[in-house]
Design a binder for this molecule. Structure first.
Ligand SMILES: [Zn+2]
Length: 195
């Protein structure tokens, strides 16, 4: 799969690759090139270690069921879910959708969908604790063909939340949420920690 971007560059053909599992399609690779008009959609079907590729000639036929029997719908090949009555509306959706990584939702099965902390004997009281959480924007990078690492996106922090907690209430602080200037975000975070 990691060779697809190289192949796209060499051939000027845009490739989208999809998989099929438990009667549901999902995105394996979605090309971000929206200028190229030569688009090939492939479905990978696996049997053990063997993988076969099938050409999806008409993408809307893969997706379309009886619910939209009156007219072709235009489906997003990046999220596989959004569909529109015109190519123009699909294009507007892709402006937003393709800023994000293609994702596949996999939900845990019934009976495996609950977690419980069991190592109670390993716990002890901390007088102070700090919780910090970052959100990042994923920015695509130019893939370096010569490098062994397949770096294809950068995580740029765009916001954080910070909470100082103490077992003595007077030392606890209200939650701090910052979604200001991304260039100053990390500096602001360090300063908030030092305060
Ligand atoms: Zn989409």
């Amino acid at each position: 799969m990691r060779d697809i971007p190289k192949f796209e560059k060499l051939t000027n053909i845009k490739i989208n690759e999809f998989g099929w599992e438990e009667n549901k399609d999902f995105v394996i690779y979605s090309s971000r090139d929206r200028t190229c008009e030569n688009v090939v959609n492939l479905m990978m079907v696996s049997e053990g270690d063997k993988h076969h590729f099938m050409w999806i000639k008409t993408f809307s036929r893969l997706k379309q069921s009886g619910e939209h029997s009156n007219g072709t719908r235009f489906y997003c090949t990046h999220c596989m879910e959004a569909n529109f009555e015109s190519e123009e509306k699909l294009s507007q959706h892709k402006d937003v959708c393709m800023q994000h990584e293609a994702v596949r939702c996999v939900y845990p099965k019934e009976g495996e969908n609950k977690m419980k902390f069991t190592n109670q004997q390993n716990t002890f009281m901390h007088p102070f604790f700090v919780t910090a959480d970052f959100e990042s924007t994923l920015v695509p990078c130019v893939v370096d063909d010569k490098s062994n690492a397949f770096v294809y996106q950068k995580h740029i922090p765009n916001s954080f939340a910070l909470k100082f907690e103490c077992i003595h209430d007077q030392y606890s602080k209200p939650i701090i949420i910052n979604n200001g200037n991304p260039d100053e975000l990390m500096m602001t975070f360090v300063k908030e920690c030092e305060n």
